[in-house]
Design a protein around this ligand. Structure first.
Ligand SMILES: NC(=O)c1ccc[n+]([C@@H]2O[C@H](COP(=O)([O-])OP(=O)(O)OC[C@H]3O[C@@H](n4cnc5c(N)ncnc54)[C@H](OP(=O)(O)O)[C@@H]3O)[C@@H](O)[C@H]2O)c1
Length: 243
């Protein structure tokens, strides 16, 4: 089964970087017609180049998911979406009292509100067509709170509630919802950390993080289970980070 997603249209957010980028490439190579989105248009072109000739296809639609008008245009231009992989997200990692209001609001705006807005629009089409699969990239921070990541964890707690609620209301109408709660993944997400206490904590970790490709492989697995077998929640962490 070299192209298990052949003919399926997959909208992948956060596709310019890290986990979303690996998912976009993996799904295209598994035969999907991928619509890759993120704000950086030039980066999306590099993702298309990196994908190369494959079983599926990949095209870019660049824009800011915080902008409701862009989200609507994206859904319209993508076509009848079978798979939505929500990865766009942002992290400001700092002690609670050192975060600015703007940083807190930005995390809620993108991680929760933009993801909710896009997911509801896509889900409405899936319900009309009688099926689809939505993947929510949350985090282990969706059920645990970590020092310095309190507001980020709050956004992921909100997203896990949304994923669970969508599953409750939509699964009976053919829409599967898989939540991926991953531990630390080697991406650019933590590049902007500058707080010394936070840097020391991150630097003291003694295990190798997951790779974005490892997460993408798990997403592909969730998308290719038999139709009646739903991977509702997947928790994954690096081997040496077992708790
Ligand atoms: N890395 C980890 O350890 C880890 C662990 C658990 C969960 N996660 C989750 O995995 C997801 C992907 O994270 P990552 O580690 O791959 O981070 P990343 O490399 O920083 O990628 C984040 C992606 O989100 C996109 N994005 C951010 N704001 C956006 C906006 N307003 N509109 C459209 N796109 C936006 C970025 O694209 P542009 O900048 O081009 O817009 C980028 O493609 C996030 O939801 C994150 O919370 C990550």
């Amino acid at each position: 089964m070299s192209a298990p997603l052949r003919g399926r249209i997959a909208l992948v957010t956060g596709a310019t970087s890290g986990i979303g980028r690996a998912i976009a490439i993996t799904l295209a190579r598994a035969g999907a017609q991928v619509v890759a989105t993120g704000r950086r248009a030039a980066e999306l072109e590099l993702v298309i180049g990196e994908t190369g000739p494959c079983e599926g296809s990949i095209r870019a639609i660049a824009g800011d998911l915080d902008d409701p008008a862009f989200a609507t245009q994206l859904v319209r231009e993508a076509g009848p979406i079978d798979i939505l992989s929500n990865n766009a997200g942002t992290l400001s990692y700092a002690p609670l009292l050192d975060l600015t209001d703007a940083e807190c609001e930005a995390m809620f705006r993108t991680n929760v509100l933009a993801t909710l807005r896009l997911s509801r629009q896509v889900a409405a089409g899936m319900v009309q067509r009688g099926g689809g699969h939505i993947v929510m990239m949350t985090s282990l921070a969706a059920r645990e709170i970590y020092r310095f990541g309190v507001i980020y964890a709050a956004t992921k707690h909100a997203l896990t509630a949304i994923a669970s609620g969508m599953r409750l209301e939509l699964q009976g109408q053919g829409v599967r919802v898989t939540e991926i709660r991953t531990g630390m993944v080697a991406t650019h997400m933590r590049d902007r950390i500058s707080h010394p206490e936070v840097l020391a904590t991150v630097g003291s970790r003694k295990y190798d993080p997951l790779t974005a490709q490892e997460v993408a492989d798990v997403v592909l697995m969730a998308l290719t289970t038999p139709e009646n077998a739903c991977l509702d929640i997947v928790e994954m962490r690096p081997r040496k980070a077992a708790t």
